[in-house]
Design a protein around this ligand. Structure first.
Ligand SMILES: [Zn+2]
Length: 418
């Protein structure tokens, strides 16, 4: 009973906090909708500023609705007995065993995806469409969905089979083995992602020879960065939003530009954006994040190893475990459903670390490329993505992985003056 109360308190607090933060952000953005912030008056028109405000608010409102639905789903699965019923139905038709436990997890993923489907549909074909960001056809939406489901099955089911077998047969230190398997698996995925998985969804073409390529190669040389090629990705087939990223690791590292980015920015600006991304690499942010995530998942697996043997964990969340039979899928399902309620409270720590990294990457870009080109690129990207220039400070502190535009630009101006 105690854990039911702890869970309900955390559930109500995290739901309330989410709602309060979203409402704050909506009010703050609406309050500043009438006027472009003074430092942007030269670069951003009032119409663009208002589009950003309306887009931000529309996304937040949809988010509130989505959160409410997931809250109902979570309580439905746990305290109202949904998971228990599903488990019993599957035991009835498949008997006890690993297959039944896999079926349980797959059913939960499928049910959650079906509930999520109207939201992704609305987001893509109403919200993004209304602000003229959608480039995706309805056919492509379903093809993506189908590919996602197949890929998830092909990769996820064998992985689940390994982890559930370890849970059933590897003794009380099963979680250590499971953690090792998952760590190796995620390294493998990073490695094969650019060459095997990403091409299933997008076309990648080598960046054409020309001024841009020459300029970027010079930057790579200046930063002493070795990669396996520069690629342009057809991001425009889904969205008008632009981006640049690295994919893969070690020698399989690729630099990928969205075609939408190259269209919108001039060569100097593309160079500055890439210099920022290289900054993340050169300041070891990528390696730090990876190591941190392995350490964190070690802790999570240790916790799972212990909590999955505690009867109260199941009973207080509305499920009857079979402690001497196959139980791994049930433990995983419950853990995956419930843990976000608790981890939500740590969001500001992750956001803070990320914003610190963004400043460091900006400073790197300012030293290896040009602060003023990066500022020009950021303003264009903020405009093109209709990101708000006036976020609520508390909302930003809690959620934002990037510092607000005015602070970021002020930091760059400072570093270019030095
Ligand atoms: Zn960054």
């Amino acid at each position: 009973m105690t854990f039911t109360i702890v869970f309900l308190i955390a559930f109500a607090t995290s739901f309330g906090l989410r709602y309060w933060l979203s409402q704050r952000q909506i009010r703050y953005v609406a309050k500043h909708r009438a006027q472009v912030p003074t430092e942007f008056v030269q670069k951003v028109s009032l119409a663009e500023h208002q589009k950003a405000a309306d887009y931000t608010i529309a996304k937040l409102r949809l988010g509130i609705l989505e959160n409410s639905v997931s809250a109902i789903v979570l309580i439905g699965f746990t305290l109202l007995g949904g998971l228990q019923i599903l488990n019993l139905i599957l035991i009835g038709s498949l008997g006890q065993g690993i297959i039944q436990q896999i079926a349980l997890l797959v059913s939960i993923v499928l049910i959650s995806s079906v509930i999520d489907l109207p939201f992704s549909w609305y987001k893509q074909f109403h919200l993004e469409e209304r602000f003229d960001f959608n480039r995706m056809s309805k056919k492509l939406f379903f093809i993506d969905l189908l590919k996602g489901v197949l890929l998830g099955g092909v990769i996820g089911i064998p992985l689940l089979w390994i982890i559930l077998s370890l849970m059933a047969q590897a003794g009380s230190f099963w979680w250590l083995w499971a953690w090792a398997v998952l760590t190796v698996f995620s390294l493998l995925m990073q490695w094969i992602f650019p060459s095997v998985i990403a091409p299933l969804f997008n076309k990648f073409q080598a960046l054409e020879d020309g001024a841009l390529k020459t300029q970027i190669e010079a930057l790579l040389k200046r930063c002493d960065f070795a990669s396996q090629g520069l690629f342009v990705m057809d991001g425009s087939k889904r969205s008008a939003h632009g981006n640049a990223f690295f994919a893969g690791m070690g020698k399989a590292k690729r630099i990928v530009f969205f075609d939408t980015l190259i269209e919108k920015l001039n060569a100097n600006e593309v160079e500055a954006v890439l210099a920022h991304e290289l900054g993340h690499f050169k300041c070891n942010h990528i390696r730090k994040r990876l190591l941190f995530s392995f350490a964190l998942s070690f802790g999570v697996f240790a916790l799972l190893g212990w909590i999955s043997t505690q009867v109260w964990f199941y009973e207080d969340l509305g499920v009857m475990p079979s402690m001497d039979g196959y139980n791994g899928g049930l433990a995983l399902a419950l853990f995956m459903l419930v843990s976000p309620v608790f981890t939500f409270f740590f969001t500001p720590l992750g956001s803070l670390a990320s914003r610190k990294h963004e400043y460091e990457a900006d400073n790197f870009a300012a030293s290896k490329s040009s602060a003023s080109d990066l500022i020009a690129a950021l303003v264009k990207l903020y405009q093109d993505n209709a990101s708000t220039l006036t976020p609520d400070p508390i909302y930003t502190a809690f959620y934002s992985s990037h510092p607000p535009a005015p602070l970021r630009i002020a930091n760059l101006q400072k570093s270019s003056a030095n």
